[in-house]
Design a protein around this ligand. Sequence first.
Ligand code: KG4
Ligand code: ZN
Length: 322
Amino acid sequence: MILAIESSCDDSSIAVVEIESKKLMFHKKISQELAHSVYGGVVPELASRLHAEALPKILEEAKVYFKNLKAVAVTNAPGLSVTLQEGVMMAKGLSIALNLPVIPVNHLIGHIYSLFVEKEEIKPMMVLLVSGGHTKILQFNGINNICEIGSTLDDSFGESFDKCAKMLGLNYPGGPEIEKLAVSGERCVNLPLPLRNSSKIEFSYSGLKNAVRLAIESNQYKKKDIAASFQAKAIEHLVFMSKRAIKKYKPKNFAIVGGASANKVLRNEFEKLSKKFNFNLFYPDMKYTSDNAAMIARAAIEFYKNGEFVDFRDIKIIPRIN
Ligand code: KG4
Ligand code: ZN
């Protein structure tokens, strides 16, 4: 079995998987959302302190599996340096105490493998990753064969929901809050479609966020209408750029992963796209859309099979990638 630890942002999570069967033997997550919502976003120092409290509590519950472990996996990049550090310290401790090799896992690869928790890999696949830190279109051909097709020039999709929610006086994380408020709103606020004239596959959310700020400051619109209009435009931008990538690369399989892949309006729009362009559409199970250790453990199985381990002395934390 492999024990995996995730602490890249505001979720403390540990999972144990069986290598051959891919069965999830243990999975627990303690989310810090409530603690950070007072501040309208993640406070790194607070997050790190809460991981230091939560991770050992979860680990104690996983103790029965220690005798079966072949490796310990941990998210080492990207994320907040002070929170990544908490998971990595725990992995190093386990590595020393139980004499286990360490498998460092990139969080973004983890999100791709959220699709395959307790399942076989599906490849090749085009993947739209929409999280709080990233907005990317990736081509996934296997754990060591992932290329980037497009990325955001500024804010990420999830981040733009968090920031607009904050401006609207809503709680953190903003994605689910905006989605809820938008249900009863009308899409009557005129907002710009980002990068309409770009010929590339790329994203930008800072201009849309600014337009939302101006709409709020104009005092002309209801909050729910701003939420509905913003959400529709933010998703239209994802669809616009994804359509360009789909036309160019003609994927048979397309997946949406990351915290924001829970958004139902987004899922609906991509369902329509999948019918029009005739591709198979995949999402993670709802319980694996946001950060969790099950996806890190699942990715670690592939690294384990390839013999890709490191000594605990050689684990590096890489907070920022790209
Ligand atoms: O993947 P994730 O849990 O953490 C990161 O790796 O960043 O993604 C969290 C992000 C937050 O920005 C959150 O507001 C957004 O995902 N999110 C959503 C929804 N649920 C979560 N965005 C839009 N609609 C949602 N329903
Ligand atoms: Zn994430």
